[in-house]
Each structure stands twice: as structure tokens, then as C-alpha cells.
Write a protein that binds this ligand. Structure first.
Ligand code: MG
Length: 267
């Protein structure tokens, strides 16, 4: 189940790190050596922290915060009233309970790397947006669907508006590909979220950005969001700080989807 295109994911992380470090550290090295000396472009600090990777690609690395380990919902609360989440936990799997609505993490996050796995039921019914609909709100901004939704939907053989299919930033960004698996099979999301930054007067300083791999395939490539995701109307930004991560219990009548192996690395 854990057959991801991890080399491609790791390459993105590597390139991001290089771009952050290169400006400062190479300039420092250049001050010590003539530009014709190979040492002028070699740096030894900062030293990246040691992180022990999971035994298999997709398993939590040593510095991850485990949000669902298959045992309990200790990291989650109901969005409606903040009481402990009561979605169904059985056989290491978390299954949506539509009656209790959306759930979100107790912890709050700003920038992060998130991994989760979801499964559309093999006997899924419905069509369009009413077929295995859920979602990951990359920053939850309160009750209902307030926030920034990365869509989850069964689009293995199900058409809908393309900026609302699986892998979309809902009604903002059509995914670059549709690597859906058959209902009944587990899918993986690997997400890099860069939160928006706001000025002291609540105006936007820099927008949110997101990179997403679905089943190891790039579906969002450093997409710049234009605001919160909305069912009706144009997106907009409202100033906020660190926020929970929210999972959607969509109100349609199709069979509820399941999750497993959810972990996050604050960045
Ligand atoms: Mg949804």
C-alpha cells in the first residue's frame, strides 16, 4: 500500500531547502576564499537535524506529530462544540460519522508537511459531488467548512466540475492530474502547506501556498491560494494565526469514507 513516488517528493523538499540556505551561507563562504577556490562555494552550517525516516515510505518519520495512529481520536475534537471527536475507530481505521460532523485537531499549526491516507468505500454510491465527498481543511477557520479545503471525492469514474474533483483546492485550482484509485483501495495525500501571513492591521502580507501529491503524483504545484475556499461566492482572506487541521463529514448521502496513518511535521 505504501508504494509512493517518494523520490519525486524528496526532490521537492531538497530543492526547497537548498533555495532557502544558499543565499546566506554561500555568501559567507565567499568572504573567506577567492572565487577561484572550490571552498568558496562549500558550506558546513547550518547542519540539518537528523530525522529517522519511517521503515517504509509513507510511515511517520521520527520528528512527526502523530495525529491518528489507529488507536484513538485523542488528537481530535468535534468542530461543532470542541468536545472529543466520536467518529468510528475500528481495526486501525478512522471512519467518518456524518451525524457528528467535521472534526479537527486539538493542536494548531502554521506551516507543515502532512501525510494521510483515505479510502472510498468499495460499495460507494452517488454521483458528482455526492460520491465519497470529504476533504482536508489545511487551516480550519471555525465551524462548518470555514477554511482552505483540499478536496477528497471519488473521481475514479465520476465526473464533476474539475475545480471540485479530488486533488483540487476547492473551486480555486484544478488538479494537475487525476491519479484516483478504485473505490475500496487506499489512497495517500502528501501535502506541503505554507500558511498565509498577515500584517498587524490584518491586511494580507503573503498568501497561502500548497503543494500536494495524490498517490505519489503531483496534483498541486506550489499553488497560491486567493483566499478561503467557498461553495458560493469569491474567495477572500481574513486574518488568522495558527489553526487546526480539519476533516470533513460531508452532508451527502453516500457511504462514509475512512482514514488512517495521519501525521504532520511542523516546518
Ligand atoms: Mg469536500
Amino acid at each position: 500500500m505504501l508504494q509512493f513516488a517518494c523520490p519525486s517528493i524528496q526532490r521537492i523538499f531538497f530543492l526547497s531547502s537548498i533555495s532557502l540556505l544558499s543565499g546566506v551561507t554561500i555568501a559567507r563562504a565567499q568572504q573567506q576564499y577567492d572565487s577561484t577556490d572550490h571552498r568558496a562555494t562549500e558550506v558546513y552550517t547550518p547542519v540539518p537535524p537528523i530525522v529517522t525516516p519511517g521503515a517504509q515510505c509513507g510511515e511517520a518519520p521520527s520528528d512527526a506529530v502523530i495525529l491518528f495512529n489507529g488507536q484513538n481520536e485523542d488528537e481530535w475534537v468535534k468542530v461543532s462544540d470542541g468536545t472529543p471527536a466520536t467518529w468510528k475507530v475500528a481495526d486501525g481505521i478512522l471512519t467518518v460519522d456524518k451525524a457528528t460532523g467535521n472534526i479537527q485537531t486539538k493542536r494548531t499549526f502554521t506551516n507543515y508537511q502532512l501525510h494521510l491516507e483515505y479510502r472510498i468505500p468499495a460499495d460507494i454510491t452517488g454521483e458528482d459531488q455526492a460520491r465519497g465527498n470529504s476533504g482536508v481543511f489545511l487551516a480550519s477557520l471555525g465551524k462548518g467548512d470555514a477554511g482552505y479545503e483540499l478536496q477528497i471525492l471519488d473521481n475514479y469514474n465520476n465526473k464533476t466540475y474539475t475545480n471540485g474533483q479530488v486533488g483540487s483546492i476547492y473551486k480555486q485550482s484544478v488538479p494537475l492530474a487525476n491519479p484516483s484509485r478504485k473505490p475500496g483501495e487506499w489512497s495517500t495525500y502528501d501535502i506541503i502547506w505554507t500558511a498565509p501571513v498577515f500584517n498587524a492591521d490584518a491586511s494580507l502580507a503573503s498568501p497561502a501556498r500548497v503543494t500536494v501529491f495524490l498517490n505519489g503524483v503531483l496534483v498541486q504545484n506550489n499553488f497560491t491560494l486567493i483566499g478561503v475556499t467557498r461553495y458560493i461566492g469569491k474567495p477572500y482572506y481574513t486574518a488568522h494565526g495558527p489553526s487546526p487541521i480539519k476533516l470533513q463529514a460531508h452532508g451527502d448521502k453516500s457511504e462514509p469514507i475512512s482514514f488512517r496513518n495521519i501525521w504532520v511535521r511542523p516546518l
